[in-house]
Design a protein around this ligand. Structure first.
Ligand code: GAP
Length: 514
């Protein structure tokens, strides 16, 4: 575990050192849980977004995109339930003055019981070797049974308190479990209070005429309020989907794990409108489709899993998370939710507008049900970085850091490197860049030795480098180096586009989906 934490720290500093992600307002020492994407980060992020967008809008005739505003009429958030219920239960420690999420403190306590069980199992495994029967051990060992009973009792009590919205009980659990503040080490806790996660601001030039509006905490509502506009102007027939990529804002209290939990982040959401009664079939279909999208990146099926929700939001009739194995455990990257007709019905009620679909085949009108797929761009970025970061021991004993990014997502596809800065080699290199830059992202680099330039390109995940040497001026061939195998081959300049273009294009990923 400690080793994994070290790797994660290295990934965070790599992101900064190589222009992927910087703390926001870095010169002022940053702003909690807010980050900026640098020159390489923005390219990678754009490629992720393009992969998602094209997989939705290009590959599905019945999915179209929109780009709704971040600011929305304040009633939107009353109708959606966010004003009343988009809350986290918070608790403060009076000694450290630090604020925590009560639910997170309790979930960490549950995880501690899990850890204790895992430690007992690991110890016994070591002791008994091949003869070890884990199933028998966990059902008979008294210490494991005791930890498991405590875990289950705590889980049950916690789930009930959350379901009942019982804040006093949450505090009592924290006290009964003897949970201490990690900073002060004391149990001097305040009461638990609900804290709404939406950021507020005001529109209007004078305070008198101003009204309170919110920064959207999810992009989905921009789609729901545009359902009628898109359905009518696009003459969309059910089933159909509306996709959107955009910023969302949440005043997260526990802001940890780098870009995993941010206050300003980006979502890629798609609402798929279906006939009532068919939603669970579509839910199963979209689970499959979205998992295939993730796995087409080639990170290994064993690094993904579904986590079906035990506790469903009151408006959902099925929900699952797609989790990815991060250095800090399996974590949610995407949610697939069957949201019934809750949102459209609520907007119909609050706006007074009829929001329905007239089915020309059956001559009936109904409020469509919705399957939502919702993925965080930043979490996806983090999962790509975590899986691609690799410290590799070379045959000559050196270590190289290489980002094994899927070529289609890499910020720069080809580095063009003159062997020396003279004899017409830079001019030849620039000529190649001028030719190829219309097809994919190229970078010209002449500083430092070729070896150092290769390492820099490995570190930003550039899949191909070409070196221009004196022979190039004679035979019009270059040395093409592959990032992963480090193999070098001599190829004609005229062939570069056809060799590289297909491998680095988003199309190469999309083709795996159909
Ligand atoms: N419209 C549904 C919705 O917003 P969610 O589970 O709250 O559902 C969907 O969020 C996705 O948005 C998550 O799976 C995650 O990838 C991303 N996300 C949510 N909160 C985030 C945060 N504070 N920072 C970064 N990404 C976040």
């Amino acid at each position: 575990m400690a080793q994994q934490e070290d790797v994660f720290k290295k990934i965070i500093s790599h992101c900064k050192e190589y222009g992927f992600v910087f703390p926001s307002s870095d010169i002022y020492d940053g702003l909690g849980a807010v980050y900026d994407y640098g020159q390489n980060g923005v390219e990678l992020k754009n490629n992720i977004k393009q992969y998602w967008w094209q997989s939705m809008v290009l590959l599905h005739e019945n999915i179209v995109g929109i780009d709704a505003a971040i600011f929305m009429h304040p009633t939107t958030w009353k109708a959606s339930g966010h004003v009343d219920a988009f809350n986290d239960p918070l608790i403060d420690n009076r000694d450290s003055k630090k604020r925590y999420r009560a639910d997170v403190l309790i979930e960490e306590q549950i995880a501690k019981y899990e850890d204790k069980i895992a430690k007992e199992v690991a110890k016994a495994k070591k002791r008994f070797g091949d003869a070890f029967d884990e199933q028998q051990f966990v059902t008979t060992n008294p210490r494991v049974i005791e930890h498991a009973q405590k875990r289950d009792a705590l889980h049950e009590r916690y789930a009930k308190a959350m379901n009942d919205n019982d804040l006093d009980e949450l505090k009592q659990i924290i006290l009964d479990e003897g949970i201490v503040c990690p900073i002060s080490g004391t149990r001097n806790w305040t009461d638990v209070r609900q804290f709404n996660l939406m950021f507020k601001t005001e529109v209007g030039s004078t305070a008198e005429g101003a009204s309170t509006i919110y920064l959207r905490p999810e992009t989905a509502q921009g789609i729901f309020v545009n359902y009628l506009n898109v359905q009518k102007t696009g003459r969309m027939k059910i089933p159909f989907g509306i996709a959107q990529i955009g910023k969302a804002f949440r005043n997260e209290i526990v802001a940890r794990q780098f870009i995993f939990r941010m206050r300003e982040f980006e979502q890629m959401e798609m609402q798929f409108f279906v006939k009532p009664g068919t939603e669970l079939d579509w839910f199963a279909q979209w689970k499959k489709t979205r998992m295939a999208w993730h796995q087409a990146l080639g990170f290994g099926a064993e690094n993904y899993r579904f986590h079906d929700h035990d506790k469903l939001a009151h408006y959902a009739n099925a929900a699952t998370d797609i989790e990815f194995r991060m250095p800090f455990g399996f974590k949610e990257v995407e949610g697939v939710h069957s949201r019934t007709n809750f949102d459209l019905s609520q907007h119909a009620k609050y706006s007074g507008k009829k929001i329905e679909y007239f089915d020309p085949e059956t001559n009936e009108s109904y409020t469509p049900f919705v399957i939502e797929t919702s993925i965080g761009v930043d979490r996806m970025f983090l999962s790509v970085m975590c899986h691609s970061y690799c410290e590799e021991k070379l045959e000559n004993g050196e270590t190289r850091v290489v980002l094994r990014l899927p070529a289609a997502l890499a910020p720069i596809k080809l580095a063009v490197l003159p062997l020396v800065k003279k004899d017409g080699l830079p001019e030849k290199a620039e000529e190649i860049v001028r030719q190829l830059r219309f097809h994919f992202n190229c970078k010209y680099e002449e500083k430092d030795t070729i070896g150092k330039r290769y390492r820099r390109m490995d570190a930003i995940g550039c899949p191909y480098c070409v070196t221009i040497d004196h022979d190039t001026l004679v035979d019009n061939c270059v040395t093409l180096r592959d990032r992963d195998t480090m193999q070098q081959t001599r190829v004609p300049i005229a062939d570069l586009q056809s060799i590289i273009e297909d491998k680095v294009s988003i199309t190469s990923l999309l083709k795996k989906l159909i």
